[in-house]
Write a protein of this length. Structure first.
Length: 333
């Protein structure tokens, strides 16, 4: 079969022929219909500092997809051939302290699809049955493939109640844009989105942003204060992985407010903990993955009920062999 493989410890990938995967008794073979590109894939393509420390070639990349079950192992009981499925990308052990206490998204022994386990940028992939999610028939393939990153946004937004709250979203990549739609659907009274890319800002308005700010041309903190009568926002959602943006968020959040952080930082961040966190009594949530599988239920309902329309975020589609075009578009915005 053909697949996109990271073969070497340097920038780039290859579209090559590889052996078709084999299944064990509890595994499922899936024929991939649609896969989508994540920021993690771009890190691996560019061979960033994060990728150099986290990823070991060779490996088929990708972790977002929708496909059909093509074959099942002898002990598989919950899916059948033909089922349309996606999957949780955190492949958990099921027995560690975190898994046994409701925090399987931070399983001590998890393997990440497309990083530790061959991924979705291929004609077929094999996954354990327990990682699979049966898709609602109301959700089209183009939406089903983005449920995994959409779930990131769900957990970031809904770390606490957001109804009638004022919100600043830092970073309007796909997950930040999904978060904009989720915040709107959940009744946020004011949504401000900050991103240096005007194209992304235009999409944020379609997703429900009331104010779109370009931090290269405008003072984010000043705009937040003007829009909130100098109170600051109740909630900051940080998706950019940018130290300057994080500090803007810390200044913009109201005392007693909260910040949820999903962005991945290339280097250690520099913040004034005393001034911006401790004496403001800020609650900070680190977000990784999704709550398995409760977040998937929420995600499915947001999409199947039409509460959030992700169509403005899904801007391009390519055949697998043109993956480099997709990577370039992700970086260019």
């Amino acid at each position: 079969m053909k697949a996109v493989v990271k073969t070497k410890r340097k920038k780039g990938m290859e579209f090559i022929k590889v052996p078709a995967p084999q299944i064990g008794p509890r595994n499922v073979l899936i024929k991939v219909k649609v896969a989508s590109i994540c920021g993690t894939d771009v890190h691996i393509f560019d061979w960033t500092r994060w990728a150099q420390h986290r990823f070991t070639p060779p490996r088929i990349i990708g972790h977002e997809f929708v496909g059909n079950v093509a074959k099942i192992g002898a002990e598989v009981t919950h899916v059948k051939v033909g089922d349309r499925v996606s999957a949780e990308s955190h492949l958990t052990c099921g027995y560690c302290y975190q898994c046994n206490n409701g925090y399987s998204e931070v399983c001590r022994n998890f393997k990440l699809l497309g990083v530790d386990h061959d991924g979705t940028f291929a004609e077929y992939l094999v996954l354990p049955e327990h990682a699979l999610w049966k898709n609602d028939h109301k959700i089209p393939d183009e939406w089903a493939t983005i449920q995994e990153p959409f779930g990131n946004a769900v957990d970031t937004v809904l770390a606490e109640d957001i109804s009638a709250k004022t919100v600043l979203i830092l970073g309007a990549g796909p997950i930040g844009l999904f978060a904009t739609g989720i915040a709107k659907a959940c009744g946020a009274s004011l949504i401000i989105v900050s991103d240096p890319n005007n194209y992304r800002l235009a999409i944020s308005k379609k997703m429900g942003a009331h104010i779109a700010v370009n931090p290269r041309r405008q003072d984010v903190t000043q705009i937040v204060m003007e829009a909130t009568k100098n109170n600051g926002v109740d909630v900051v959602l940080e998706f950019s992985g940018n130290n300057q943006a994080l500090n803007q968020g810390l200044k913009a959040v109201t005392p007693g407010g909260r910040i949820s952080i999903l962005g991945i930082y290339e280097r250690r961040v520099n913040i004034d903990l005393n001034k911006e966190v401790i004496f403001k009594k800020i609650r900070i949530y680190g977000v990784t993955g999704r709550k398995i599988f409760s977040t998937w239920h929420k995600t499915s309902r947001f999409l199947s009920a039409g509460l959030v329309d992700p169509t403005p975020v899904i801007t391009h589609q390519f055949p697998l062999k043109d993956y480099e075009k997709g990577m370039k578009l992700m970086k260019d915005g």
